[in-house]
Design a binder for this molecule. Structure first.
Ligand code: NAP
Length: 254
């Protein structure tokens, strides 16, 4: 099968956590997966993590190609997508997954911590969507899935920047869904609750127990719980669903 006949999937932040599991869940022999990652503090660890995702995708008889790209920087995003389009010629699925936290109470939050979180979580998704949408409009087909969060709907003490970015992603999802629907492109958001990844491993026991206390199902979710919904939204079975926010949170928000 030539690249032109393949299903092309792009996942931001695919080296670890939920993003890695999304890559694995979308892996198939007829699919090529491009993903990025960005950790300037520990480049060796990020390269090793990306290589592990590539291996796990290969184990599923698929191909993954990864690159270190800061999605908050337009030039880097443009270069990443140019390479994909040059090589693969199309983009069928974009999952805007990459995200960071820089928590703190609002009155103590530094401007940089606000900007960094908004730049990665919200502007990054905007930049990737803008480029991928152009290719999808030409194809008259596409699936865009944004990873929001339950706190984008409920708010969360200590996460003014993060919850604002995740609420912003919901607005971006709904507007993009309206603008792109006439071209056969669906855009949806998934709002995870408390999922076991490096991001939540960084929480104190107190914060962790407080979060778990809000989960009616009484347990943390796994990346697979989120990835299963993304696989559905990316599939043909979800072709009549757009502009929606699907919560995967054990009932944290109802
Ligand atoms: P994670 O384990 O911390 O992984 C984050 C991923 O994003 C990594 O691959 C990281 O790359 C990448 N990344 C970070 N900054 C980037 C940048 N500027 N450019 C490109 N890639 C970047 O996080 P996670 O828990 O899997 O979360 C994935 C998504 O789900 C995030 O959007 C998060 O907000 C959302 N979410 C998570 C939870 C949860 O409970 N875990 C709940 C709700 C929503 P490196 O490996 O190079 O650092």
């Amino acid at each position: 099968m030539t690249k032109q006949n393949k299903r092309i999937v792009v996942v931001t932040g695919g080296s670890r956590g939920i993003g890695r599991t999304i890559c694995i869940s979308l892996a198939a022999p007829d699919t090529d997966i491009y993903f990025n990652y960005f950790n300037p503090i520990d480049p060796a660890a990020e390269i090793a993590a990306a290589a592990e995702t590539e291996k796990l995708v290969a184990d599923a008889q698929s191909t993954a190609i990864s690159k270190s790209v800061n999605i908050a920087v337009e030039k880097e995003v443009a270069g990443f997508f140019d390479e994909i389009l040059e090589e693969a010629g199309r983009i069928d699925v974009l999952v805007n997954n990459a995200g960071i936290t820089k928590d703190g109470l609002l009155v103590r939050m530094k401007e940089k911590d606000w900007d960094d979180v908004l730049d990665v979580n919200l502007k990054g998704a905007f930049l990737c969507t803008k480029i991928a949408a152009r290719a999808m409009m030409n194809q008259r087909y596409g699936r865009i899935i944004n990873i929001s969060s339950v706190v984008g709907v409920t708010g969360n003490t200590g996460q003014a920047n993060y919850s604002a970015s995740k609420a912003g992603l919901i607005g971006l999802t709904k507007t993009t869904a309206k603008e792109l629907a006439p071209r056969g492109i669906t855009v949806n958001a998934v709002a995870p609750g408390f999922i076991e990844t490096d991001m939540t491993a960084a929480l104190s026991d107190k914060a962790r127990n407080a979060m778990l206390g809000q989960v009616p199902l009484g347990r943390a979710g796994q990346p697979e719980d989120v990835a299963a919904v993304i696989a559905f939204l990316a599939s043909e079975s979800a072709s009549y669903i757009t502009g929606q926010v699907i919560h995967v949170s054990g009932g944290m928000y109802m």
